[in-house]
Design a protein around this ligand. Structure first.
Ligand code: ZN
Length: 205
């Protein structure tokens, strides 16, 4: 019989594979030869709105996330625009609580609440987002929630594509983790093979 920890490891591995499969099946995980926003090249690209626009996938992923935080007595779910709005709404729906979202402030470096959104001090908050890369949006939402003296219980991500290298001062739970390779164009093995750059957004590759 597996020990508790082995069992948990197996379960996590299964979830990871299952979630990556959902991303792939939805068409949001593209394989090819891509130029990322950073200018680096990669053999995998996530078109996150391809999965976020399909409610059955969003519902399934958010059920997994709601389960991860089900015992944490969450009182409010908060996400950053734009993908985080959908995730926050669906996770909150499944936890039976409210959701609000944080929008870009005028300085472009901070997040703000609009539309009458606010957090009462001490509220047990879960911060959620779709895909974690640098963690900038999540950090901005943490700062905003702290300015309201919220009790940040955890951070929930659908996918951590930093391979677990982006960390925070609060418990982070990702449904899946992937360390996607990327290269400077001069060091890109796909360029070296003369593999044509895949047009982003095209599912024909
Ligand atoms: Zn390349």
């Amino acid at each position: 019989m597996l020990s508790h920890w082995q069992h948990e490891g197996e379960e996590k591995k299964m979830t990871n594979e299952e979630v990556m499969q959902l991303f792939y099946d939805s068409g949001a995980m593209l394989k090819g030869h891509f130029k990322l926003t950073s200018g680096r090249h990669s053999d995998v690209y996530f078109e996150k709105f391809t999965i976020l626009r399909q409610p059955p996938y969003v519902e399934k992923l958010c059920r997994m996330m709601a389960d991860l935080f089900g015992a944490d007595k969450i009182e409010l779910v908060v996400g950053p625009t734009t993908g985080g709005v959908l995730i926050a709404y669906e996770v909150a729906k499944q936890l039976g609580v409210d959701s609000i979202y944080a929008e870009a402030g005028e300085d472009g470096k901070t997040r703000i609440f609009k539309r009458g959104f606010a957090i009462d001090p001490g509220t047990r908050v879960l911060i959620v987002d779709d895909i974690l890369t640098t963690g900038r949006s999540v950090r901005e939402v943490i700062d905003l929630c702290n300015s309201y003296k919220a009790d940040i219980v955890g951070l929930g991500l659908l996918l951590d594509r930093s391979g677990g290298t982006t960390t925070f001062d609060y418990p982070l739970k990702s449904l899946a983790t992937i360390a996607a390779d990327s290269w400077e164009p001069s060091e890109c093995p796909l360029c070296a093979n003369n593999t044509p750059i895949t047009q982003r957004g095209s599912r024909k590759f």
